[in-house]
Structures are given as C-alpha cells and as structure tokens.
Design a protein around this ligand. Structure first.
Ligand code: ARG
Length: 454
C-alpha cells in the first residue's frame, strides 16, 4: 500500500522494509489512546478555528465509531500498517475522505506517539498500583494471623534471633508499600502532555496546548517542545520501579522456595498453586515462586534496553525510540502477571507453626539474650558476650540447648547467674519482650500494621 508520506519518493517501499519498520504488532494496543488523543486534538483545532467546527465534529464522531468498531471486533487492525497512528488516520480518511485528512494539521507522529505512550502507561501504572495494593493487603491479612507465630530470624541464612512470622512478613509489606509510592511518584512526573510539540519545533498555528492537556487529564504540558518528543525518562522510571518491585518479589519467592523444602518445611503451598514432576512421583514444586524469581531477570533486561536505547540518540525524535514500547509494556505486563498470581499463592499457603517453633528452639537464637542477662546484672557486654559464646560451645559439646544448662554449670561460668536466668532465655519471652519500634512484640507489630493500613 502507498504510504501517506510517499509524496517525495520515486520508488515504493520494499515489503521487507515495511515489515522491519512496522510497529503495529506492538503499538496496536494503544488504539484507544491514539483515538482519544486525536479526538482532543480535533476538538481543539475546531475551537481555535484551525479547522471548521463541522469538520471537527465529523472527525470526532467518526473516530468514536472507529473506536467502538475496534472494541467490538468489527474492525481489525491491519498488520501491514506502519503503526497504529497511520492505521487510525487511514481508516478515518477512508470513511470521511477529505475531512479526515485535516486531522493531522498542527501535529506530528512524534508528539502523537509521545502522547499515546504516556496515556497508555498512565493506565498501566494505575493497574500496577492496584495489583501492588491487593498484594499488600494480602500480606497484612496474613500478618494478622501470625502475630504470635515464633520463628528463627536469620542473618547469613544462619539462625540469629527469635522473631515472629508476622514481623518477617511485615518487612515485605513495607517494601511493597514503597513500590506503590515509587509508581505514584513516576506517574506524577509523567502526567504532562507533550501534544503540540509537533515534530520538534512547535507550530505556527494558533494551537492551545493546555486545552488538549486538560481534556486528556494531564496536570499540565511539557514546556519544551524538543523535550516533549524526545524523552522517555518516564518509561525508564516506570521500568526501574518495576525492576525494584520484581527484586522484592524475587527475594520473597526465594524464601517461599526455601520454606517449602523438606529442610525447612515452614510452609506448604496449596496443591492448586504447585506443580508435580514428570518422573518423581513424590515431588511438589514451587514453580510459581521460581518463575517470579526467573522473570525478574527479564524485567531488569527491559530497563537496560530502555536506558541503552536512549543513551546515544541526539535530539529530537529518532526511530530508535520505537523500541521503547515492547520493553516498557513487557516490563509492566510481567510485573502485573507476577503480582496477580503471587497474591492467591500467598493467600492459600499453610503455615507450619510447629516446625517454625522447633527451628527456633535449636540454633541458640537466645544467646544474645543470655549475654544481655549478665549485662543487666552489671557485667560489660563484651565479657558477657564471651561467656555466652563459651556456654554455646558447652551446649554443642553436650548436645543440649541453653535452657537445659543446670544452674551449677551456669555458675561455673559466672557467679552472677541465678534461677532467674531461665525465664530470661525462654524463647517466647525473648521474642515478645522485644518491644522496641519495629520489633516482634505484639504491640510493635500492631503499630506497624496500623501504619501500613492508614
Ligand atoms: N511508530 C513510531 C514510534 O513508535 C511513531 C513515530 C514515528 N515518527 C517518525 N518520525 N517516523 O516511534
């Protein structure tokens, strides 16, 4: 098919050139944004007398018909079209001839695509925020049920100090909360209209950029015309927020995978959210968590694609920028896919409190509390630390836990020891007397939940 820009060309475009150049296979999803943007532009052209009121109305009504025809499946996108913008304009001209050709007055595909991408990403950011919020609520609900579920907290994947499962989960809740804030921030900076930047230099027509920006729900206009058509930093910001969110989900996934193993058995995934093996009949695999962890790499890749695509291109528009869409759409699609499946997977886990509690019993996670006991009786922390360490060595040798050490033995290590040491190193007490802000005591956990819920 002859191109709209064929005027200055002597030869027709080769089919393989069009195939290589065409973006409709991935920008077709922006049909609604393209049409809404064009309607606002046409209305403004009519209001400002740049085209007649009647033409403006006819264009807007025909665009509305095209939109509903696409939505109802009556009009198929032409896979041979160069991009969604050319497709819609060609369809408009097919329907209303001469009048349709007036739509592109005082506009370029450069500001058109910059507009469409922003509109499309605004919606994608909204659904991402919704999905993150839904997951956040699931985590908080789970937290409420495990305020008194004691487990070992780890550093270096070695049992370290006693915590509750609730407090462990809350760490992820706060990460997700910041992810939501990052998306809201990015959305705020993105929400400025580039329409009216035209090709790069603005226009001599008396357009009103604020009028279209208002109609399309923007907070204002991009003030520089070259910036309006050239930058995709908003896509980079969203991809970076998506990468950070995926990094969080991936760490969470890693823990879920560990917790499901026979070595831990802290949780069990619901059958409906696990898979089996084709050869080993006993297997129940945490495929969902593994896939979330695996897809993180792909979302990071999208971010690097965008940064690299932008780093060397001179102002203003260059065709390199067409590569923005696949990367940023994939990034957000992947994150949303992960969020949607992660939530029900988490909602349906079975928590094995017994195993968590047993793990907390071993590993000497009350050794710090034992040292603190001596400190409270007047000993310097470093000396107390050493005595507690020696007692741990004694226990390892005798294959017992600190709670089982007889008082006579305690006294051999320090005369400060007395009967009151036993309640001080009781695992439950060690967990729930940690009342500092952010810790595992019930009141500290409840304060965190309250902060998150508000
Ligand atoms: N399909 C193009 C893109 O996504 C639209 C803009 C084309 N502009 C141009 N000057 N060729 O970037």
């Amino acid at each position: 098919m002859a191109k709209m820009w064929a005027g200055r060309f002597q030869k027709e475009e080769k089919k393989e050139v069009n195939d290589f150049n065409s973006s409709i296979s991935f920008d077709g999803v922006m049909f609604k944004d393209d049409i809404t943007g064009s309607m606002a532009h046409a209305r403004m052209l009519g209001e400002k007398g740049i085209i007649s009121k009647e033409d403006s109305i006819l264009i807007i009504n025909t665009l509305a018909d095209i939109l509903s025809d696409i939505e109802e499946g009556k009009l198929m996108l032409d896979p041979e079209a160069e991009d969604i913008h050319m497709f819609v304009e060609a369809e408009l001209t097919k329907r209303i001839g001469e009048v349709g050709k007036r739509l592109h007055t005082a506009r370029s595909r450069n500001d058109q695509v910059a507009l469409d991408v922003r509109l499309h990403l605004r919606d994608m950011a909204d659904s991402t925020i919704q999905n993150l919020n839904a997951l956040l609520n699931t985590i908080i609900d789970l937290t409420e049920k495990h305020k008194s579920t004691v487990m070992p907290g780890y550093t270096h994947l070695q049992r370290a100090q006693p915590i509750t499962f609730a407090n462990h989960l809350l760490a992820y809740a706060f990460m997700i909360k910041r992810d939501i804030e990052r998306f809201m921030d990015a959305k705020g900076r993105m929400n400025y209209s580039p329409l009216g930047s035209c090709a790069l230099a603005g226009t001599t027509y008396p357009i009103d950029r604020c009028m279209t920006a208002d109609e399309l729900g923007f907070d204002g206009i991009v003030l520089n015309s070259l910036d309006g058509v050239s930058d995709r930093d908003f896509a980079v910001e969203l991809a970076s927020a998506a990468s950070i969110a995926m990094m969080h989900l991936s760490r969470f996934s890693e823990e879920i995978i560990l917790w499901c193993s026979w070595e831990f058995k802290f949780i069990e995934l619901d059958d409906a959210y696990s898979t089996g093996s084709s050869i080993m009949p006993q297997k129940k695999n945490p495929d969902i968590a593994e896939l979330v962890r695996g897809k993180t790499g792909r979302v990071y890749g999208d971010l690097i694609t965008l940064l690299t695509m932008l780093k060397g291109i001179p102002l203003a528009y260059n065709k390199d920028m067409q590569e923005d869409k696949e990367a940023i759409f994939d990034s957000l699609d992947t994150l949303n896919q992960c969020l949607k499946i992660f939530k029900p997977m988490l909602e349906t886990i079975k928590v094995n409190k017994e195993n968590m509690r047993n793990a907390a019993k071993k590993g000497f996670i009350n050794a710090t509390d034992l040292a603190d006991y001596l400190v409270k009786k007047g000993m310097a922390f470093r000396d107390a630390y050493k005595i507690s360490g020696s007692l741990v060595a004694y226990c390892i040798d005798k294959n017992i836990v600190l709670e089982d050490v007889p008082l006579e033995v305690f006294k051999e290590y320090s005369t400060l020891f007395d009967m009151d040491v036993y309640p001080e190193i009781d695992i439950e007490r060690c967990t729930f007397k940690r009342t500092s802000q952010g810790a595992s005591a019930i009141e500290s956990v409840e304060a965190q939940i309250k902060a998150l819920r508000s």
